[in-house]
Design a protein around this ligand. Structure first.
Ligand SMILES: Cc1ncc(COP(=O)(O)O)c(C=O)c1O
Length: 442
């Protein structure tokens, strides 16, 4: 595999300083780099757009302050935690009370799980770590992982750079603006012809587009994956449910596809990656979960126990265990009844922003500048630029009007309305439009 250009640069610097150190590195060591992706674009926006509109990063803010649930903050501010809640080690599996509670809530949030058995969730250090643990356990070099062409870039580091996985993409949308089921099916079937196993990542609400599939699209994806399994290919269906629950329109499916895919077919393993990160507005606490749903011959408890032990073994050998303090805060917060209304209030704020964005971006006055990718959920939305490229526009907006957006593709920009207050949304898009016109006119 050709090394990424940034990795090549880093390797050249190391080689110049001491060539033996480069020789000593593993294949992964030589391949690693720190991407100039969302994090570096966001760092620039923090410097230049801190006092205006910083619509870059996947957190949520209100009045330029971090959005938070009062119940969560009460455990930090009112010192309601004992040393044994946080200073001692957590188990590599995660703390038992939190694992039980998260599973109970999975059944409440996902009605199609009724009557099915799933593993206890194993606690990872955020969802990112969950992806990496999944890759360690299930992916060999050159295995194929299928994604839509709109995907979260960090998955590339976890799967492709670290795991040597081959990422195959398909166009996510039809021209009419639905999920491209035909391209999805064609890609899965083509890969199934030449591989014993295919891995499919399903991320709804999607980063970067903010799209969640409809119920009938979910139905069809489930049928396609089940048929491919029936025809003899092993299928790993991984749902990245980072933005679960941030649903703003009835068009979006209300439950995770994990619930539909679990316990379907012996050759189909559903893996759910989710977390407190966005569901509870606690990005930095780093609490994620890995949950398995399979068709099990015989006693499911013993089967899932074995899978959980392998998962915890990987965690033991890498980070040892996720933060006990963070897990205790999440567990206690979930046991506090008020938190559910607090959460609904914040989701309602984000929903009002999403509807405001909808009201704004389709205005015919912008029609010469962009088209809008479908969105109905999550933190983000994307615009396809018709006349200028995304990266020069990003830099121009930062330099001329302190507006931060993400260049998400050559002609696509991602706007995080999760971090722009509702009343500023029309001004934000006006600024983007003006920036486009200025660039057009040189
Ligand atoms: C699709 C997707 N998955 C996973 C994550 C990461 O979640 P965590 O912060 O829990 O690692 C993000 C966050 O940006 C995301 O957008």
């Amino acid at each position: 595999m050709m090394h990424n250009p940034i990795a090549q640069e880093l390797n050249a610097v190391i080689k110049k300083g001491n060539p033996h150190v480069l020789e000593m590195m593993s294949k992964i060591g030589r391949r690693l780099y720190f991407p100039k992706g969302i994090l570096s674009q966001s760092a620039e926006a923090r410097q230049k757009a801190y006092d205006k509109f910083n619509a870059t990063i996947g957190i949520a803010t209100e009045d330029l302050r971090t959005m938070c649930l009062p119940t969560v903050m009460s455990f930090l501010n009112e010192k309601k935690l004992r040393p044994s809640d946080g200073l001692t080690y957590a188990s590599s599996f995660g703390i038992p009370g939190l694992r039980q509670l998260w599973r109970e809530q999975l059944f409440e949030k996902n009605p199609s799980l009724e009557g099915k058995t799933v593993s206890l969730p194993v606690v990872a250090n955020g969802i990112t770590h969950g992806i990496s643990v999944f890759a360690d356990i299930f992916m060999d070099p050159d295995d194929v992982a299928i994604f839509p062409d709109k995907m979260w870039g960090n998955t590339i580091l976890a799967l492709s750079v670290r795991g040597d996985v081959h990422i195959v993409q398909f166009p996510m949308f039809t021209p009419e603006g639905g999920f491209n089921l035909a391209a999805f099916e064609e890609t899965v079937r083509r890969q199934a012809e030449t591989n014993y196993k295919v891995t499919v990542f399903l991320n709804f609400p999607n980063n970067p587009t903010g799209y969640t599939i409809t119920d009938s699209e979910g139905q069809r994806i489930t049928e396609i994956l089940t048929q491919v399994a029936e025809e003899g290919t092993n299928v790993l269906a991984v749902t990245d449910d980072a933005y679960f629950g941030l649903r703003y329109e009835d068009s979006a499916i209300a439950e995770s596809l994990f619930a539909r895919l679990a316990d379907r077919h012996p050759r189909l393993l559903a893996v759910k990656l989710d977390g407190a990160t966005k569901e509870l507005f606690v990005w930095g606490l780093r609490v994620g979960f890995i949950t398995y749903g399979a068709k099990v011959d015989g006693e499911p408890v013993a089967f899932y126990d074995a899978l959980e032990r392998k998962t915890a073994g990987n965690i033991r050998g890498t980070i040892s265990n996720a933060s006990h303090l963070s897990q205790s805060i999440v567990r206690k917060a979930l046991q506090t009844p008020e938190i559910y209304d607090e959460r609904e209030e914040k989701v309602a704020i984000l929903k009002r922003r999403a509807l405001k964005v909808k009201e704004t971006v389709y205005d015919p006055k912008y029609a010469d500048a962009w088209s809008v990718y479908p969105f109905n959920s999550g933190y983000f939305m994307c615009l396809g630029l018709k006349t200028v490229e995304a990266e020069p526009l990003r830099v121009h907006l930062l330099d001329t009007c302190r507006v931060g957006i993400i260049a998400a593709g050559t002609h696509d920009i991602r706007v995080a309305f999760s971090s722009v207050d509702e009343e500023n949304i029309p001004d934000l898009f006006d600024a983007v439009y003006e920036g486009i016109k200025e660039l057009e006119n040189g």
